[in-house]
Design a binder for this molecule. Structure first.
Ligand SMILES: Cc1cc2nc3c(=O)[nH]c(=O)nc-3n(C[C@H](O)[C@H](O)[C@H](O)COP(=O)(O)OP(=O)(O)OC[C@H]3O[C@@H](n4cnc5c(N)ncnc54)[C@H](O)[C@@H]3O)c2cc1C
Length: 563
């Protein structure tokens, strides 16, 4: 008998599961019910469409070969029946059927299944404050949101907007609206942007974003103010009013678990539908995938809601195979790898940040910050700044954050695989990565980062983070601050925190200028702290016992500089 498969949700995870099922069973009857009017939308591409990086909207719906994935495509290419603008309103698990409403005609109907897949995605949060229903307030969650914002861009009338929320989507929206020539204020409730980053790394991003938009931290929306039903200003909790005609709310998403909950399926502690490693729910005939589920974090083993497009597709593939073949393939979980483009910067992370690790009770950790180019200067190399987190005892890599105009994606991918493979720092120090000048340094930035971490773990390198140095400055600790760059570099830019300049090449001959007290704390740095490290070694060899290198040097200093 033909297997009847129903998939609820037709964007990322749902169609992937349906397509995989079709590839494994030519005879199954497969139907996708989709509430929205389109199928297989590339939501991750919305910000770039809004910002005008491309103009052809249909590209958001295309297969990699450039074919629009509409109902005809699904039927002709995959023999998958699709019902768009059709909302599934309930699941009857006893009778194994669903109830649906055609949103165009209002007609209702039922359909029977042998296996059901729930891929209903997530809902964008909105702040429960007065005025939230005014015209001019939107999220960037659906294709119709993207259409709305793209229209605003094309009309060019709106000149001021507020983006609420400094997460991935908030930042991507900020970029898109900036490209549309709109003046933007970003408002974030927390003391930092992009909470997957440690504060210091986030501060570097914030400093960069501030060159493009006004950024307000630690302030939330109190209300939206309007005139004649239209947004006119955003009022913040501290009373500030920001005049604007557009506000984009990007304060996170929650799993769309409504159908599953009403059907009595088990829901997890994050609100995501509870699934096992086969993506099977508490009902063996129902699978759930994508943004609507919770999955295990592979480092902490705690459940997380991880609303990422790549994970949705991978889970779809697993569920598609399992519902045809019986539970034969597994989706193990996530290490929460993510990346976003922030103008000319990439910003990405994988695994645990230092802040998260500490919050989760990992006390025995070590971190390093490394700044260097992604490839040689003669190949127009660009800066990368990486913060690596490892277990002090075992050297096991726990997390990496990478930012900068360099090739961030490659770096994050390397660390993601290292974490997935359970690698320690020692496994990474001689990693055999591809090298040629157009692509990398002879010792890739990732491996150099592992070298610094290994030195630190062996006690061969003592670093100090920018934040620790800032604290010491606040406490007026009696330190000698030593910039070891060349005078012309020093003239061009310097931290201006009371440092002395002794170029590395002169250091051995000018030791007499240093304090006689060999226990005096000395902090050394240069542009990226490679020369700073060499200076520290010279000082240590000459008996100075308390020398630290400012990690990442001037490049990773997230506060203002004197020049
Ligand atoms: C602006 C934006 C940028 C993003 N950028 C990235 C990125 O760069 N990288 C990344 O990894 N992820 C990114 N994401 C997240 C990624 O898009 C999601 O993780 C992914 O789309 C989730 O897929 P899904 O199939 O689970 O849910 P969705 O894509 O949300 O699809 C769910 C579908 O279910 C339908 N549906 C809901 N309820 C019903 C019902 N009752 N009946 C019928 N149909 C229903 C909805 O209409 C919807 O189309 C981004 C998301 C957005 C919005």
């Amino acid at each position: 008998m033909k297997k009847r498969i129903i998939v609820i949700g037709g964007s990322a995870a749902g169609p992937k599961a349906a397509s995989r099922a079709r590839r494994l069973d030519e005879n199954a009857e497969i139907t996708i019910f989709q509430k929205a009017s389109d199928l297989s939308m590339a939501s991750c591409g919305y910000p770039y469409y809004v910002g005008g990086l491309f103009d052809d909207r249909s590209q958001l719906l295309c297969s990699p070969a450039g074919v629009v994935r509409d109902a005809k495509f699904f039927w002709n290419a995959k023999k998958i029946n699709t019902k768009v603008l059709t909302e599934v309103t309930s699941i009857d698990r006893k009778q194994k059927k669903i109830e649906f409403t055609d949103l165009t005609t209002g007609e209702t109907g039922t359909a029977a299944y042998d296996k059901l897949v729930i891929a209903t995605g997530s809902n964008a949060r909105k702040p429960p404050v007065p005025g939230v229903e005014l015209e001019g307030i939107t999220t960037l969650q659906s294709l119709s949101d993207a259409d709305y914002l793209r229209k605003i861009r094309d009309e060019g009338v709106i000149k001021k907007a507020v983006v609420i929320g400094g997460g991935l989507i908030g930042i991507e929206t900020l970029e898109a609206l900036h490209f549309a020539g709109i003046d933007i204020t970003l408002v974030e409730l927390l003391p930092q942007l992009l909470t997957f980053l440690d504060k210091h790394m986030a501060r570097l991003v914030e400093k960069y974003v501030q060159t493009k938009a006004n950024v307000i931290l630690q302030n939330g929306v109190a209300s939206f103010l309007g005139e004649n039903g239209k947004l006119k200003a955003v009022k913040l909790q501290d009373g500030t009013e920001i005049p604007c005609d557009l506000a984009v709310v990007a304060i996170g998403v929650t799993p769309n678990n409504k159908l599953a909950k009403e059907a009595g399926l088990n829901i997890g502690e994050t609100g995501g539908i509870l699934v096992d490693e086969y993506m099977q729910t508490s009902d063996p005939d129902i699978y759930a995938i994508g943004d609507c589920v919770e999955i295990p974090h592979l480092i902490t083993h705690k459940p997380v809601h991880a609303p990422f497009g790549d994970l949705a597709n991978l889970q779809g593939r697993v569920a598609g195979e399992n519902l045809i073949a019986g539970n034969v393939v597994k989706f193990p979980g996530t290490i929460q790898t993510g990346i976003c483009k922030v103008f000319d910067y990439g910003v990405g992370s994988t695994g645990l940040s230092e802040q998260n690790a500490l919050k989760l009770g990992y006390t025995n950790i070590e971190t390093v910050v490394n700044a260097s180019l992604d490839k040689p200067g003669f190949m127009n190399g660009n800066l990368l700044i990486t913060k690596l987190v490892a277990d002090k005892q075992t050297g096991k890599i726990l997390g990496a954050q990478v930012i900068g105009p360099g090739d961030v994606s490659k770096q994050v991918a390397i660390w993601a695989m290292a974490i997935k493979g359970n690698f320690s720092v020692d496994d990474m120090v001689n990693a055999d990565l591809p090298y040629a000048p157009p692509f990398s340094l002879a010792i890739d930035h990732s491996i150099a980062t592992a070298h610094i971490m290994q030195n630190k773990l062996k006690g061969l390198f003592t670093g100090i983070s920018a934040e620790q140095l800032k604290d010491k400055l606040k406490n007026r600790d009696p330190m000698l601050l030593l910039d070891v760059r060349n005078p012309n570099e020093f003239e061009e830019t310097r931290l201006g925190i009371g440092e002395r300049l002794i170029p590395l090449g002169q250091l051995r001959n000018r030791l007499g200028e240093l304090p006689e007290d060999k226990n005096r704390e000395i902090i050394t740095w240069c542009k990226i702290s490679l020369r700073g490290y060499e200076a520290a070694l010279i000082l240590q060899a000459n008996g100075y016992s308390n020398v630290k290198v400012l990690e990442g040097g001037i490049a990773a200093w997230p506060w203002s500089r004197q020049k």
